[in-house]
Design a binder for this molecule. Structure first.
Ligand code: NAD
Length: 353
């Protein structure tokens, strides 16, 4: 398989965790006889320092012509003073827009050996295996914003086409999993949610009758996610609800450092990144958890390159590494933590293909 992959290490712990993701890609390339071209590009704060802008033109064109983009994390105190006009986050929004990625996938699996790491009781989170599909380009974040002397407003807009494409993406994923989809809205109050529910119902009946559909109000979903998270398979929701609920769901797994994400558009090209930020509090110390990045590489292999066997092998190697006790400080028992590099090494030695 021949593929071009743009590598955007970014800021803080970004380069540290990306280094381990890249080592996994290279190992799989060698073992599978693949021809991967990895092109490293400046992005975020590092790119501001280098060029004055968070998404330099060459980075953008490289990403647009790549089969997939792997991103570490961006941001940090150096670039977040309120008076600064150019910020790393602008680069991320611009990149997502330019790549046309509208479906944000966030799988949450609770590894059996780590169920004690969650703030929730182990018997509640053991066995959790769910997938959030969040709409990424519409809704209240992108509607018209107004500010007057004594009031402000944010408009929430969704078109039928935007809802159709995200529900189709979620339903296809549900078909490949346990065949259950929960659609989350606030249809008792919001007009956009009533349209959402109508469109979801129509698309699912006509195109995915074999997937079991349940509608759930967002407030109930927030409650059920911490009460009975094991019951969920695939969840689909609009932008802001998804933003909030995916953060809530990430806590089921015990550490931000464990969780991957994928942002997909109409074609196969996708943007893959761990869900955590640049963690300036631990940056430069070689102690960050690289598993969220390595699992993002697995998503990249599966969704953009169609290499399902390699993706599964990588996921199994991460699980085996955790089982064997290769745990960074965020998930280790006192005194037994491994470094970022050692965790990456533990995955590589357990990678069987
Ligand atoms: P954060 O995710 O960077 O860190 C939150 C906490 O989790 C910290 O205590 C950190 O040490 C810990 N943590 C995060 N990733 C970890 C890992 N891999 N291993 C071990 N521990 C880990 O969130 P924050 O502190 O709110 O934000 C820091 C910076 O990151 C900010 O500038 C923010 O804007 C940026 N950010 C970027 C992204 C992105 O690149 N997509 C996402 C979120 C935040």
């Amino acid at each position: 398989m021949k593929a071009r992959i743009a590598i955007l290490p970014g800021d803080g712990i970004g380069p540290e965790v990306i280094a381990e993701g890249v080592r996994c890609l290279r190992a799989l390339q060698l073992r599978g006889g693949h021809d991967f071209t990895l092109i490293e590009c400046p992005f975020g704060g590092a790119a501001i320092d280098l060029t004055g802008e968070p998404l330099p033109k060459t980075t953008l064109t490289t990403c647009q012509s790549a089969d997939a983009v792997l991103l570490g994390a961006i941001g940090g105190p150096k670039w977040s003073a309120p008076e600064l006009k150019v910020r790393p986050e602008q680069g991320l929004l611009a990149l997502r827009r330019a790549l046309g990625v509208y479906a944000n996938l966030r799988p949450v699996q609770v590894h059996r050996a780590l169920s004690g790491a969650s703030t929730l009781k182990s018997e509640v989170v053991t066995g959790v295996d769910l997938l959030f599909v969040r709409e990424l380009t519409g809704g209240i974040y992108f509607g018209e914003k107004r500010r007057e002397a004594h009031q402000a407003s944010d408009l929430c807009v969704y078109t039928v086409e935007e809802i159709e494409r995200i529900v189709r993406a979620a339903a296809r994923l549900a078909e490949q999993r346990r065949g259950r989809l929960v659609s989350i809205d606030k249809a008792n109050v919001l007009e956009t949610s009533r349209l959402w529910r109508e469109v979801v119902t129509r698309v699912m009946r006509a195109e995915f009758p074999q997937v079991a559909l349940e509608h759930m109000l967002v407030d109930a979903a927030a409650m059920h996610l911490v009460r009975r998270p094991r019951d969920f398979d695939v969840l689909v929701t609009e932008n802001m609800f998804g933003d909030i609920l995916t953060d809530e769901a990430s806590m089921l797994a015990g550490s931000l450092g464990l969780l991957p994400s994928a942002s997909l558009g109409a074609g196969r090209r996708g943007l893959y990144e761990p869900i955590h930020g640049s963690a300036p509090d631990i940056a430069g110390r070689g102690i960050a958890n690289p598993y969220g990045t390595v699992l993002s590489v697995a998503l990249l292999l599966r969704h953009s390159l169609g290499l399902a066997a390699e993706a599964t092998a990588l996921e199994q190697a991460v699980a085996a590494a955790i089982d064997a006790g290769a745990r960074t400080a965020d998930i280790a028992a006192d005194g037994s933590a491994v470094t970022t590099r050692e965790a990456g090494e533990a995955v590589l030695t357990r990678l069987s293909l």
